[in-house]
Ligand binder design. Sequence first.
Ligand SMILES: [Zn+2]
Length: 137
Amino acid sequence: MSIGWLVVGAALPDFIDKPLGMAGVTDLFHSLGHSALLLPVLIVVGLVGRQGLALAVGWGSHLLLDGLHVVINGRPSDALFLGWPLVVPPTPPAIPPGEFVWVYLGSPSFYLEVLLWVAVGVLAAWSLRRGASNTPN
Ligand SMILES: [Zn+2]
C-alpha cells in the first residue's frame, strides 16, 4: 500500500473542511470531507487500484479516528458530523482550527493519539531494523 497516498487520504478531510468552515461556506469544521455519506465514493476509489485503496483507507481512518476522538473526549453527539448534511451535532464546539490546538492539547484523545504515534514509531523502527537485517551484504 502506498504510504504517500495513505497520508494524502488521511489529510484530505481536514484540507477540504477547514477552509470551508473558515471561509463561512459551512457552519461546521467537519462537513463534506468528514461525511460518512461519501462511503460509496470511497469504495469506488478503493477499487481503482493500490493508490486508490491507500487513499480510501487513509480517508476512512481519518473519519474513524475523528469520531473516536470526540467520543473519548466526552462529546459523543459531536460524532454526528459523520452524517453531514443529513444530521449535524446539536452543539458543535465551532472552534477554529488554530484555537482548537489549545483545546486538544491535554484532552484524553490527545494522550491516546500520542500513544498511537509512539506505537507507529516503534513499529516503523522495528520494521526498518528487520528489513536491514534481512538485506544481503
Ligand atoms: Zn478531521
